[in-house]
Design a protein. Structure first.
Length: 289
């Protein structure tokens, strides 16, 4: 069921030590945009707090079979707990609620997945966000709703939390070091996790609006992945010819460290399991308020 939550949230670290340097970026400015040009940087003040709600719709088809999940709505609080001397910000997110809502084209009863979502409530995530959008030192902690079990259940929860942490890193947008204006365009690549798959995305972002603290944007990504084998419901599943696209639009709030908007992922592969092979397509729609 990690498909339900792998599109969610933010992240954590339990120390106030100086953050480790973030990994380098391959960001390239394609065009700077129209004057006036200015540098854009995340600048979240210590003590800043926000609340964000994220709605995720997920659909997968494998050959002639298909599955549409209920809409998963996750709300969480975001706070800036510290700011380092170099301007890096320690952001903390706490899952306030995670619920399933009826979807007209889904045959799955939302109540049937409540036990999957409940352990996520109260989970916290932290990260260090550099002013240019690079992320480092991400950790997570299970919440009070998860209990203290061990074994397979605990391992499954850990896997879901790891997916959530990885997802928040995807929501932090890398920013160019050079000054830009409206109409600017830049391109960057990154490793991502989507529906359990290890992928690489090459994203082009276009600036549609710009003011003192917000950046409006549209984006388009080409996604590809190496042949890989996953374990689903205890069965080894091999994926080949992995690829896809992502499109979106939204607003980056530089003063809150939050990106809101809409994202659409459309991924395809050839899936082999138990001696049979079939084409697979997974579609994920995310709306962040």
């Amino acid at each position: 069921m990690r498909y339900l939550v792998a599109t969610a949230l933010l992240v954590a670290c339990k120390t106030h030590e100086k953050p480790a340097p973030p990994p380098p970026t391959d960001l390239v400015v394609v065009k700077p945009g129209a004057a006036p040009l200015r540098a854009i940087r995340y600048a979240v003040a210590k003590g800043t707090q926000s609340t964000v709600e994220l709605a995720t719709d997920w659909k997968v088809t494998a050959g002639e079979m298909g599955n549409v999940m209920p809409t998963i709505v996750t709300s969480f609080s975001i706070s800036c707990d510290d700011v380092a001397a170099d301007g890096s910000m320690k952001l903390r997110a706490k899952v306030l609620d995670a619920t399933a809502h009826e979807r007209q084209d889904s045959a799955v009863n939302p109540a049937s997945i409540a036990t999957v979502l409940d352990p996520l409530k109260g989970a916290t995530f932290e990260l260090w966000l550099a002013p240019d959008g690079r992320v480092s030192q991400t950790t997570f902690e299970a919440g009070t709703g998860s209990g203290s079990g061990s074994g397979a259940g605990s391992a499954a929860l850990t896997e879901q939390l790891q997916a959530l942490a990885a997802s928040f890193q995807q929501l932090a947008m890398p920013l160019p070091t050079a000054p830009i204006g409206v109409g600017a365009e830049w391109r960057t690549s990154r490793k991502i996790q989507q529906n359990g798959m290890q992928l690489t995305s090459v994203t082009t972002l276009d600036v549609t609006a710009l003011d003192a603290t917000t950046v409006g944007f549209t984006l388009a990504s080409e996604i590809h992945g190496a042949n890989q084998t996953l374990t689903q419901a205890g069965m080894a599943v091999t994926l080949e010819d992995v690829g896809g696209t992502a499109t979106g639009k939204g607003t980056i709030d530089l003063a809150k460290g939050v990106t809101t908007g809409e994202l659409h992922f459309d991924l395809h592969s050839n899936m082999s399991a138990a001696g049979s092979s079939t084409p697979m397509r997974a579609q994920t729609d995310i709306v962040i308020h």
